[in-house]
Design a protein around this ligand. Structure first.
Ligand SMILES: NC(=O)c1ccc[n+]([C@@H]2O[C@H](COP(=O)([O-])OP(=O)(O)OC[C@H]3O[C@@H](n4cnc5c(N)ncnc54)[C@H](O)[C@@H]3O)[C@@H](O)[C@H]2O)c1
Length: 345
C-alpha cells in the first residue's frame, strides 16, 4: 500500500497543526491544500512542499480524488463538506464540533453508512495519557458506581477571534458550549463508557463579549464584526442510570483562574483528571494517590489513529455516533437556556 493521500480543507489555525501532524506520519502525505483565502493555502503548501492548492474544495475532491480529507473549516461547513467527501468515497477526519446541530450530525452518519468509508471526529482530548489512565480507573471499577461528574472548562479572557465566524452564531452555532463543550462532554461521557444523557437544564450568559472584553487565546480577530453568542454556559445533565453531570464552560468570566478538569465521584472512590489522581477514605483516613502520566502530542496521536483506521479498515475511537449524542445534548442545553425548562436530550 502506497502513502495515503490526504487533502487538507482549511489552512487556518488548526489546519496548520494538522499539516504538521501529517508530515510526521510515514504512511501519509498531504496531496492538496484548500482555503477560500488562497494565500493561506499557498503559504502552508510552500512550507510543506505540497504542489496542489485550491480555493474550492469540490474542485479539489473531483480533480485530486484523495484517499482522505481533513476538514478544518468553520463549524457551519463541517456537515456539508463531510457529506460531499463521503459521497465521493473519501474518508473524513472532521474537526469538532461535529456540526451545527444534531440534525446535521445525523445526516453525516447516514452518509458514512452509505459510503462505507471512515468518519472520525477530532476528539483530541481522548488521546491524552491522563484521560486514558482515568478511563482505566473508572472502567476497572475502582470508583464503584459513578453518580456525579463535575466538568469545568473555564477561560477568564479567551474569546477566540472576536468579530470573526467564531463569535457569529450563524457560522459557529454558539459560544463556548458548542466550541469547548464537545471536547469535555465527549470526554466526560467516554471516561465512563458513554452513559446516555436523558435531559438537561441549561443557562447561558452573554455579558463580557458584548462589552468587547476578555478577548484572546485563539483565532484571528476581525474587529467590528458581530458577537451574538454566549460567553458562559452552565448545565445540569441527567444520565441514564440516575447519575448527574454538572458543566461550566466559558470563553470570558470574572473568575479566579482558567480551569480545565473533570472530577468523577463514585460510591467507592473519586478521580480527578488534572492532575490525574484518585481518592477515597480508608479506615477513617482520606487517601489520595497521584497517577504518573507523560504529556502526549494529542493532535499527532489522533491523526496517527485516523491513518491506522483507514489502513486496517477498523472503526475509529471517536465514533460519529458519539458525536451525534453530544450534539443532541448541546441542542438540549441551548433549548433549555431559551425555554427555561429542563429539556429531553
Ligand atoms: N480540536 C481542537 O483542539 C480545535 C482547536 C481549534 C479549532 N478547532 C476547530 O477547527 C475548525 C477551524 O478552526 P480554526 O481555529 O482553525 O479557524 P480559522 O478561522 O483559523 O481557520 C479556518 C480556515 O477555513 C477557511 N475557510 C473558510 N471557509 C472555507 C471554505 N468554504 N473552503 C475552504 N476553506 C475555508 C478560512 O479561510 C480559514 O483559513 C473549527 O471548527 C474549530 O472549532 C478545533
Amino acid at each position: 500500500m502506497g502513502k495515503l493521500r490526504i487533502g487538507l480543507i482549511g489552512a487556518g489555525c488548526i489546519g496548520t497543526v494538522h499539516a504538521n501532524s501529517v508530515k510526521s506520519i510515514e504512511e501519509a502525505e498531504l496531496s492538496a491544500i484548500v482555503d477560500i483565502r488562497l494565500e493561506r493555502a499557498k503559504a502552508l503548501a510552500e512550507e510543506h512542499g505540497v504542489e496542489k492548492v485550491y480555493e474550492d474544495y469540490v474542485e479539489m475532491l473531483d480533480r485530486e480524488q484523495p484517499d482522505a480529507v481533513i476538514i478544518a473549516t468553520p463549524n457551519y461547513l463541517h456537515a456539508k463538506m463531510t457529506i460531499d467527501a463521503l459521497n465521493r468515497g473519501v474518508h473524513v477526519f472532521c474537526e469538532k464540533p461535529m456540526a451545527m446541530n444534531a440534525g446535521e450530525a445525523e445526516k453525516m452518519v447516514e452518509a458514512r453508512n452509505k459510503s462505507g468509508k471512515i468518519l472520525m471526529l477530532g476528539m483530541c482530548q481522548r488521546f491524552r495519557n491522563d484521560s486514558k489512565a482515568i478511563r482505566n480507573v473508572v472502567l476497572g471499577g475502582e470508583l464503584g458506581s459513578v453518580y456525579f461528574t463535575k466538568i469545568t472548562l473555564l477561560r477568564r479572557a479567551g474569546i477566540p477571534g472576536m468579530g470573526s465566524w467564531f463569535t457569529t452564531k450563524a457560522f459557529s452555532g454558539g459560544g463556548p458550549l458548542i466550541d469547548l463543550g464537545p471536547h469535555v462532554l465527549d470526554l466526560a461521557l467516554w471516561l465512563q463508557d458513554f452513559p446516555r444523557p436523558v435531559s438537561a437544564k441549561g443557562y447561558t450568559f452573554s455579558k463580557l463579549g458584548t462589552q468587547n472584553k476578555c478577548l484572546g487565546g485563539w483565532g484571528i480577530p476581525e474587529p467590528g464584526g458581530p458577537f451574538d453568542v454566549e460567553d458562559l454556559a452552565v448545565a445540569l445533565i441527567r444520565l441514564e442510570g440516575g447519575g448527574v453531570m454538572y458543566l461550566e464552560t466559558s470563553w470570558a468570566l470574572y473568575t479566579k483562574d482558567d480551569t480545565f478538569n473533570i472530577i468523577l465521584s463514585g460510591d467507592k472512590a473519586g478521580a480527578s483528571l488534572t492532575p490525574p489522581c484518585k481518592f477515597t477514605e480508608v479506615d477513617g483516613k482520606w487517601v489520595e494517590t497521584g497517577i504518573e502520566c507523560q504529556e502526549a502530542n494529542v493532535y499527532l496521536e489522533e491523526m496517527k489513529h485516523f491513518v491506522e483506521c483507514i489502513r486496517r479498515n477498523t472503526s475509529p475511537g471517536p465514533l460519529p455516533e458519539h458525536g451525534v449524542i453530544v450534539m443532541r445534548l448541546i441542542d438540549a442545553i441551548y433549548r433549555s437556556a431559551s425555554t427555561g425548562n429542563e429539556e429531553k436530550v
